[in-house]
Structures are given as structure tokens and as C-alpha cells.
Design a protein around this ligand. Structure first.
Ligand code: ADP
Length: 718
């Protein structure tokens, strides 16, 4: 076969292969809507139909005037890397095709023009002899260039060149359409994304959730490694939502004002894109294989002209984001700004409401636990608030709602109804006094007439911004203070009475001793001294001295008892014998009045001297406060493990309301003094102390004018 024949046959093959290629391409590309598939289909067809060894498609970036290899067949990885961002000025066949818009060919490496120098060098490295570069032009726009290489030198016929031109147009048209469709689809996705973000933002009031949802949705449209949304809070940008490998650490982080790219975006209010932080000198590559962010894209969140946060995405890959991504991010940021601002305000309001609620709860708890009634009538004289103590102190039972909101008059009526111990007119008057009050603080007793309860009322008008808004009233229970005051007043009265009685009581025997002694001395002048008379004087002196001693003993006992120094010397004794011994010491006239009812013996362990004192006191009182010859009944018994001694007289008795106080020191019943029986009022006090020290009790039963019974019960064992 001659060379020309061989050429003819080869040409025929190419042409028919080319026609076949055209047919295959036009049917395949007509259906394709994705640019990557359009290109890979074209490259596949080219390789199989034309027998190309290598094939690739470069895209042109008109802005940077560089082209980059985006799809290739049989290019080494290293080669693929070097063919990124190739300047339009580099001497290559592809650039010539791009510049001229014409198909460029190399039939044999050796004859390739100088202006294709770089292509020749690449061909050498890849073992390529011939090749073609077909510009991809659509609607006057240069999309890129398709190149393929052949292992052998090849002559390209004019038909072949024309065919390649057509193939180029076909691919460009399909690519353009696919890109357009992709852009449209992306637009649709974007619209859907923005719509879904808007929906999520509208239905959600938790700011962090809105932001997280927005980021999640954004990730379906934008390929990023990590993303975050930060919002200004005081003087820091706080990351409120984050995605990607650093999300967990990032969330909640605070970037103080002025630091880094984020604050720069806030300051400028402009989006920021670095497609290679390392190349831009904004980050260094770490040596220990740590993940390094290479691409960074951020857009400010702006509300009414003020940037208040940023939305940012990043990628570990360089050149991860395009201008369309910047636009998209900016649109998402704009869309989010309104809802974020609203959510921020809403969150602030919720927080405020929560704080207010807490403060109110705390205040109510304090008011409810205050040891006084606190209530408030508003400017319309309606009960607006009352704490628990108020209801309790005023006998207002039932649920609070029964009373809250009720007008003053109704409540005054209720109060008068429930406080049966109060004087209704006085109570109404006091309450009305408060209502009339518009200035100053009013302090008064609430006239409840109850001996058990004394309520102090402090009322004050309340003004809000200078306007009268009601009355606050405090009810303080001063019962115990009043009781203490009464007790103190009583103690003073008792003390004064004691001083006057004691001085009188001590003076009487002393006067008698003095008078008798003088009488005795005076009898010296009478000779011989009537010895009988002297004895009588001495007896009187002795008796009065005894009385004085007894009074002083009683006083000493009281002071000892009040100091808690009453010691008992317990010994085995018989109550009956003790009573009999005491009765024996009485003068004949009194002894005969005593009627004893007792069993044989009532034994027990007691301090006998002290019990003598008890028995003596009770007998002495019974004799003192009853008519001269009236009988005194003394009953002794053993009952329920106790020894009982009851002394009954039919004397003057004791007024009923004074019974409770008889056992206090210096206590004397009001009817006692009339009977001119002078005493200190210490006997019963001492008696009770002794009985109680023994673990026993003392009780009195008396009817004024009829008589009294004093009963003591003593345990028989210690
Ligand atoms: P006094 O020394 O005054 O009798 P007491 O403490 O023994 O002191 O008694 C206190 C008061 O109790 C007496 O002043 C008297 O008013 C009253 N009293 C005590 N015993 C009787 C009684 N048997 N009958 C009537 N009043 C009594």
C-alpha cells in the first residue's frame, strides 16, 4: 500500500469515524443536562471514535484570563495539577485555539510551531506525537477548549478540521445549555433553600435553632467543610451555630472585638473571600498534618445598616468557592438578618420576662414568709395583694381568690363579721381612717378586743411616679411583746406592793419586840420584880422574834428558789406522821379545829423538813382565811402511786379569776387584805416550788365566800 493510499484510507476512517462521532455525540448530548456528563461523554466518544491517546477539557476564566484542566483522560495526576490556572499568554496550542477561536492542530511534534512550545514539551512528557485543540464557543462566549493527543503523527484533512470545528460547536452548545440548566437548577435550589430558611426562621423563636437549621440547609447547596454563624453580644462575636469537624469546639466561642477576619467583615459590612488562605498569607500550612482551612468565605449579617454578625463557610480545599457562592451566601445572610434580629429581641424579651417572673416569685415568697401581715389596696380601693399571714391573722379563711379584687367596703364588712371579738364601730372607724389617708405613715392598734391577740397596724400610702396608687398595710402581731410588757408592769406593781408589805410586816414584830422589851426594862423599878410578868414579856419577845425569823426565812427561801438552789434531802417518811407532828405544834385553839381523815400510813421518800413547811403553809392559810371556830378538813390518801394531801376550809375563798396567779411570788388575792391578815404572799409560791421539786403537783379549788381546797400530789418513790 502506498503512502497516499494509506493516507486516503486513514482519512476515510477518520471522516467516517468523525461522522459516527458526530452522530453519537449529538444524540448523547441532546439528552444531557449536566456539564460534567456532557464533557465526559464527549471525551469518551473522542477517545474511542478517533483513537485518541489523551483527551482533556480546559475551562477558561475570563476574569483571571487563565484556563484550568477540568476533565481529562489519561493525564497523570501531576500533569493535572500543573494544568490549573494556566495563563492565556502561555505558548500552548490550547491558548491559540482560545485566542483565535479556530481549531489548532499539531500533525507532528517535530513540526509544531514555536508558539506551541509548551504543548510540545507536554507532548514529549506524555509520549504524544500529534493532536488538536478545538475551541468551545457558544453564542460568542469562550467557554474553554477541548484537546486530544495521538500517539502517532497525523495529517489533518480540511474535512477533518471542519468536523472537529463542528464537534467543538456541538459540545460547546451542549455544555452551554447544560451549564445554563445547572445554573437554573441551582437558582431553583437556592430559591428553595432561601424559602426553607425563611420558613424555618419564621416558625422558630430559638435563635440558635434558627441558625443551625439555616446552616444545615445551606450545606445542601454549598460544598463546605465547616460553617458557622456568629452574632455580636456585648463586645464579642459569639458563635451561635456551627457545622463541620470543629463545630463542637466552635459553638459558644467568643471572639473579642477587633480580632481576625470575622471582625473585619463586621467592620466593612462586605463579604470576604479568600480561596487560598495560605497563598494569601493569612494562614500557614502546619507540618504535623493538622487539617488546615484553605478557602474562607464570609458574609455580614446586617440589620438596618448595622452589621451585627457574620455567616461564614470554609473548606480544606483551596479554590472551593466561586463568585456565585459569594452571592449565594450574601443572599442567605440578608435573608437571615431579619429573623435573627427578631429572634434576638424575642429571646431578650423572653429572658426579661423570665427574670421578671423569677423576681416576682421571689418577692412573693419573701412577702409570704415575712413574720407579719402585708397587704395592698390599689387606687380603686380593691385588695390587690395579701400574704398568707394577713389571711391567718384576720381570720379570713378559704382560697385567696375569695378576697383578692374585692372592694374595701366588702372586706371591712367581712372582717367585722369574722372578728367577733372586735368592736365593729371601732374597727370600721380604724379601717376607714386608713382609706382616707393620703400622706404619711399611720401606726395604730387594730381594735380587736382580744386578750390573746394584739395586732399593730402600720399603713402607708404608695405613690408610683408621683401618682397615688394605693395603700400598703402591715399587720404586726405584738401579742408576746404586749404580754411581756404587762408582765413587766405587773412585776413592778408586785415589787412596790412587796416593799410596802415587807416593811410593814417586818416592822410589826419589831415594834412589838421593842415595846415588850421596854416594858420589861421598866419593871426594873418595881421591886420585887414580878417574875411572872417578866416571863410573859419574854414569851412575847420570843414569839415575835420567831415571826421575824419566819418572814426572813421565807424571803431567803424565795431568793434561793429563784436562783434555782433548792436542794432536797430525801428520806423515808410517812405523810400521816408528818401532818400529825405539824398539827401538834399548833396552839390548842387551832389544833382542835383540824379534822384528819387518813389511813394508817402513807409512806414515801421526801425531804421531811420541806414537807413540814408545805403542810404548815396550807394549814396556816386555811386557819387564817376562815372563821375562828370553823373546821379544817385534812385528807390524806394514797392514790395511783401518789400521796395526796387535801386541806379544805370553809373560809373566804378566792375570786375565780385570781386563782391562776396565787402561786406567783408576792401574790395576794384581792379579798385577803380586807380581812386584815397581813402576810407577804410567799407561802403558796414556796409551797409550789417544794412540791414541784419533788415531782408533784398542787391544785386549788375554791368558791369565793364558801371556802377552798388545796390539794397536793406527791410521788411516793424518787
Ligand atoms: P400569805 O402569806 O398572803 O397567805 P400565801 O402565798 O400563802 O401568802 O397566799 C397567797 C394568797 O392566797 C393569800 O394572800 C390569800 O389571798 C390567798 N389564800 C391562800 N390560801 C387561802 C385560803 N385557804 N383561803 C382563801 N384565800 C387563800
Amino acid at each position: 500500500m502506498t503512502t497516499s493510499r494509506q493516507g486516503m484510507m486513514a482519512r476515510d476512517r477518520i471522516v467516517s469515524a468523525g461522522e459516527h462521532l458526530l452522530m453519537r455525540l449529538s444524540t448523547a448530548l441532546a439528552r444531557e443536562a449536566r456539564p460534567d456528563i456532557v464533557i465526559s461523554t464527549a471525551l469518551d466518544a473522542l477517545v474511542t471514535e478517533v483513537g485518541a491517546t489523551t483527551a482533556g477539557v480546559f475551562f477558561l476564566d475570563e476574569e483571571t484570563r487563565t484556563s484550568s484542566l477540568v476533565y481529562s483522560v489519561n493525564y497523570s495526576e501531576e500533569m493535572q495539577r500543573t494544568l490549573v490556572g494556566v495563563s492565556l499568554d502561555t505558548p500552548t496550542m490550547s491558548n491559540a485555539a482560545l485566542r483565535t477561536g479556530e481549531v489548532q492542530i499539531i500533525e507532528s511534534r517535530d513540526t509544531a510551531p514555536k508558539s506551541f512550545g509548551e504543548t510540545r514539551a507536554i507532548g514529549e512528557r506524555m509520549g504524544i506525537q500529534a493532536g488538536a485543540a478545538v475551541p468551545l464557543l457558544a453564542g460568542g462566549k469562550r467557554l474553554g477548549v477541548l484537546v486530544y493527543g495521538l500517539a502517532e503523527p497525523h495529517r489533518f484533512s480540511p474535512e477533518e478540521r471542519a468536523l472537529l470545528g463542528e464537534v467543538g460547536n456541538l459540545i460547546a452548545a451542549a455544555l452551554d445549555r447544560a451549564r445554563l440548566e445547572e445554573a437554573l437548577a441551582r437558582r431553583a435550589d437556592e430559591a428553595e433553600l432561601l424559602h426553607s430558611i425563611a420558613l424555618a426562621a419564621a416558625g422558630e423563636d430559638d435563635l440558635s435553632r434558627i441558625l443551625q437549621a439555616a446552616l444545615d440547609r445551606l450545606s445542601s447547596l454549598l460544598a463546605f467543610t465547616g460553617g458557622s454563624i456568629a452574632v455580636v453580644d456585648d463586645d464579642a462575636l459569639v458563635i451561635r451555630a456551627a457545622m463541620g469537624p470543629f463545630a463542637r469546639i466552635a459553638r459558644g466561642q467568643r471572639l473579642p472585638r477587633g480580632q481576625g477576619r470575622s471582625w473585619q467583615v463586621l467592620r466593612t459590612g462586605e463579604p470576604f473571600l479568600s480561596n487560598d488562605l495560605v497563598a494569601d498569607g493569612l494562614r500557614s500550612l502546619s507540618s504535623d498534618g493538622e487539617l488546615v482551612i484553605r478557602s474562607f468565605l464570609a458574609a455580614p449579617l446586617v440589620w438596618r445598616g448595622t452589621a451585627f454578625g457574620i455567616l461564614q463557610v470554609d473548606s480544606l480545599e483551596p479554590n472551593a468557592f466561586r463568585q456565585s457562592d459569594v452571592d449565594l451566601l450574601q443572599r442567605v445572610a440578608t435573608l437571615l438578618s431579619g429573623p435573627i434580629e427578631l429572634a434576638r429581641r424575642y429571646a431578650a424579651e423572653v429572658q426579661l420576662r423570665r427574670d421578671l417572673g423569677q423576681a416576682k416569685g421571689r418577692l412573693e415568697a419573701i412577702l409570704d414568709h415575712a413574720p407579719m401581715g402585708i397587704f395592698f389596696f390599689d387606687r380603686h380601693d380593691r385588695l390587690a395583694f395579701a400574704n398568707a399571714v394577713t389571711f391567718e391573722k384576720l381570720n379570713l379563711y378559704g382560697p385567696d381568690e375569695l378576697y383578692l379584687g374585692r372592694p374595701w367596703d366588702e372586706l371591712t364588712g367581712l372582717l367585722i363579721e369574722r372578728r367577733w371579738d372586735a368592736d365593729p364601730d371601732l374597727l370600721r372607724h380604724t379601717v376607714e381612717q386608713t382609706r382616707a389617708m393620703r400622706e404619711g405613715i399611720q401606726v395604730s392598734d387594730l381594735p380587736l378586743h382580744s386578750p390573746e391577740q394584739h395586732l399593730l397596724r402600720i399603713a402607708a400610702p404608695v405613690f408610683e411616679s408621683g401618682e397615688f396608687s394605693g395603700h400598703v398595710i402591715l399587720l404586726i402581731d405584738v401579742t408576746s411583746e404586749r404580754q411581756a410588757l404587762t408582765a413587766a408592769e405587773r412585776a413592778v406593781v408586785l415589787r412596790d406592793r412587796f416593799i410596802s408589805i415587807a416593811s410593814h410586816e417586818l416592822k410589826t414584830p419589831l415594834t412589838s419586840i421593842k415595846g415588850t422589851a421596854q416594858l420589861a426594862l421598866r419593871s426594873r423599878s418595881i421591886t420585887p420584880a414580878p417574875i411572872e410578868r417578866l416571863w410573859r414579856h419574854l414569851e412575847t419577845i420570843d414569839a415575835q422574834a420567831d415571826r421575824l425569823r419566819m418572814l426572813i426565812d421565807d424571803l431567803l427561801d424565795v431568793s434561793r428558789m429563784q436562783a434555782g438552789r433548792l436542794d432536797l434531802r430525801l428520806e423515808r417518811a410517812d405523810l400521816r406522821s408528818l401532818v400529825l407532828t405539824v398539827v401538834e405544834t399548833l396552839p390548842d385553839s387551832e389544833r382542835t379545829r383540824v379534822r384528819l381523815a387518813a389511813p394508817d400510813a402513807v409512806p414515801g421518800y421526801w425531804d421531811t423538813l420541806r414537807l413540814d413547811q408545805v403542810i404548815m403553809n396550807l394549814l396556816d392559810n386555811a386557819l387564817k382565811y376562815s372563821p375562828r371556830h370553823s373546821p379544817i378538813d385534812v385528807r390524806i390518801a394514797a392514790e395511783d402511786g401518789c400521796a395526796v394531801l387535801a386541806v379544805t376550809d370553809c373560809g373566804i375563798g378566792i375570786p375565780h379569776d385570781e386563782l391562776g396567779e396565787l402561786f406567783a411570788p408576792f401574790a395576794r388575792a384581792s379579798n385577803a387584805s380586807i380581812h386584815n391578815e397581813s402576810s407577804l404572799g410567799l407561802g403558796l409560791y414556796i409551797t409550789r416550788q417544794i412540791v414541784e421539786r419533788h415531782g408533784g403537783t398542787i391544785a386549788v379549788d375554791s368558791v369565793e365566800g364558801q371556802g377552798s381546797t388545796f390539794t397536793i400530789r406527791l410521788p411516793t418513790t424518787t
